[in-house]
Design a binder for this molecule. Structure first.
Ligand code: ZN
Length: 203
């Protein structure tokens, strides 16, 4: 499987990091080794002094495809949840300054946390999914899929023009404003429609 991530998909978040609002999706990837395995502790990586959380909606691909048309995109994913795109922000800023790739800041071991998947049903309105993120029981991020610059269906279609999508791949669809630092001892929790789907202790 592969983990495809979208950067700057919410106007407020692009602005908070001083980036332009993109005219086409910003795409990067994480390897399978970035996935946090269930029941394994999350340790603060030793190579960063500024570990950020980014809470995002994540969809799971259920059908192989390439050059998927946007109107057919809903057939290619069948589950959705919330995840955390952990980012070594200090390293990312250095790499960005030099125009270098982001992998060291974004694709390291355990940089991708994925919550319990909820099956997509017709009852889920993809343009109005609320999600939120709590640090030590305090809400620090709130988002709604309707605020995305590029919709989930558009992203699936766009991504598939460059990368074949395969069953089991996941797409992190971008983070809303409110990203920030986490520290050892923090308890991180992500909710979709007020249901807690992911909880992580930073060790
Ligand atoms: Zn992200």
């Amino acid at each position: 499987m592969k983990i495809i991530c979208v950067g700057r998909n919410y106007i407020d978040h692009a602005k908070e990091l001083g980036n332009d609002v993109p005219t086409e999706p910003v795409i990067f990837m994480k390897p399978k080794s970035a996935l946090i395995q269930a029941h394994t502790p999350f340790y603060y990586p030793e190579f960063t002094n500024e570990l950020h959380y980014e809470c995002e909606l994540v969809v799971r691909i259920c059908k192989n495809g390439k050059y998927i048309q946007e109107r057919h995109a809903p057939n290619y994913y069948n589950a959705i949840t919330v995840g955390i795109d952990f980012t070594a922000r200090d390293i990312q800023q250095e790499l960005k300054k030099k125009g270098l790739p982001w992998e060291k800041a974004k694709a390291f071991d355990n940089s991708a946390a994925i919550g319990k998947f909820i099956e997509m049903t017709p009852a889920i309105n993809k343009k109005n999914i609320n999600f939120s993120f709590l640090k030590n029981d305090e809400i620090v991020q709130k988002g709604n899929s309707g605020e995305m610059i590029f919709s989930i269906d558009f992203l699936v279609s766009h991504i598939s023009n460059y990368f074949s999508l395969n069953i089991g791949d996941v797409i992190f669809t971008g983070t809303p404003a409110g990203v920030g630092e986490c520290s050892v001892g923090d308890v991180l929790e992500a909710l979709m429609e007020n249901e807690s789907l992911l909880k992580i202790d930073v060790k």
